[in-house]
Design a protein around this ligand. Structure first.
Ligand code: T3D
Length: 269
């Protein structure tokens, strides 16, 4: 594992070969999300958005879980279930900025799902661009079991990936979805043996980090825009974004490398 940066209580952060890895680090609680986690994730995602040396982000969890969603023990301790807690404000101020920040990052993001993902923990994985999970990982909506609505973007991402009927089945029944089923539904890109997760995630992340980062980021922007566009609007979006990509150094390098019959050396500029 690459050297970790200091400074967070609940996250481990490491850089290698243009890839920043954030590890949720509360393994005894299956990396459940408390106020420190939301604060630290927001801080780290802002840093990444400003740091051009980061060309791919990997999000993973320490221990046997990826993330069990909201920390129900700290929620119970502060009396959330007694009606005095402002859930709407908590989502607006704590969870939503994380989902928006992940979505807006113009670099590839990859969830390396090392175990169970539940509630907002699953939403976090769904807010990443690509997902690799270990065999034996499971996905639990969890919200219906405690009387809540799926949040942190899950009602947006899930129906887009699996269709409304399957999304409602998953959300209402709250039954665990196995990694194999999630792969079949299109919720995962790959399922690997547990001991292969780190290398599989690293291989994809390093390949992406060596890519033409601006072009990859603009591709992400175009695909997201397409979700709410008619064809004519999307054709115009592609024209505008290609106008930007076509002025990058990486485009010039890509064409030059093709002519010279050698692999392109992209810098992300
Ligand atoms: O505005 C707001 O703040 C609302 C936002 C809401 C967003 C949400 O995420 S709501 C959904 C919250 N999450 C859940 O309801 C999931 C609760 N956990 C579970 O259902 C199960 O633990 C799992 C399916 C995730 C895993 O099951 P299993 O059998 O593999 O593990 P376990 O034995 O249940 O849990 C292991 C430990 O982790 C255990 O601690 P212990 O007893 O060994 O000391 C358990 O209490 C702890 N843990 C698991 N989930 C949470 C948790 N601790 C705090 N918060 C949790 N969410």
């Amino acid at each position: 594992m690459p050297p970790q940066q200091a400074g967070y209580e609940t996250l481990l952060v490491a850089d290698a070969a243009g890839v920043r890895t954030i590890t949720l680090n509360r393994p005894d609680e299956l990396n459940a999300i408390d106020d420190r986690v939301t604060t630290e994730l927001q801080t780290e995602l802002k840093k990444i958005a400003r740091d051009r040396s980061v060309r791919c982000l990997v999000l993973t969890g320490a221990g046997r879980g990826f993330c069990a969603g909201q920390d129900l023990k700290s929620a119970a301790a502060r009396g959330d279930k007694d009606g005095g807690f402002d859930f709407a404000a908590a989502l607006r101020n704590r969870y939503n900025p994380i989902i928006s920040a992940l979505w807006a990052l113009e670099i590839p993001t990859l969830a390396a799902i090392n175990g169970v993902a539940a509630g907002a923990g699953w939403s976090l994985a769904l807010a990443c661009d690509l997902r690799i999970a270990v065999k034996g990982a499971k996905f639990v909506g969890a919200f219906s079991k405690i009387g809540l609505v799926p949040d942190s973007g899950m009602t947006w991402t899930l129906p887009r990936l699996v269709g409304v009927a399957k999304a409602l089945e998953i959300a209402w029944f709250g039954d665990a979805v196995t990694a194999e089923a999630a792969l079949q539904y299109g919720l995962l890109n790959r399922v690997v043996e547990p001991e292969q997760l780190e290398s599989a995630a690293r291989e994809w992340a390093e390949r992406l980090a060596k890519g033409a980062t601006r072009g990859l980021g603009l591709t992400k922007r175009a695909m997201h825009a397409a979700m709410s566009h008619m064809l004519e609007e999307q054709l115009e979006t592609e024209a505008q974004l290609q106008g930007v990509a076509g002025r990058t150094r990486d485009y010039a390098e890509g064409v030059k490398a093709f002519i010279e019959k050698r692999p392109a050396e992209f810098t992300g500029e």
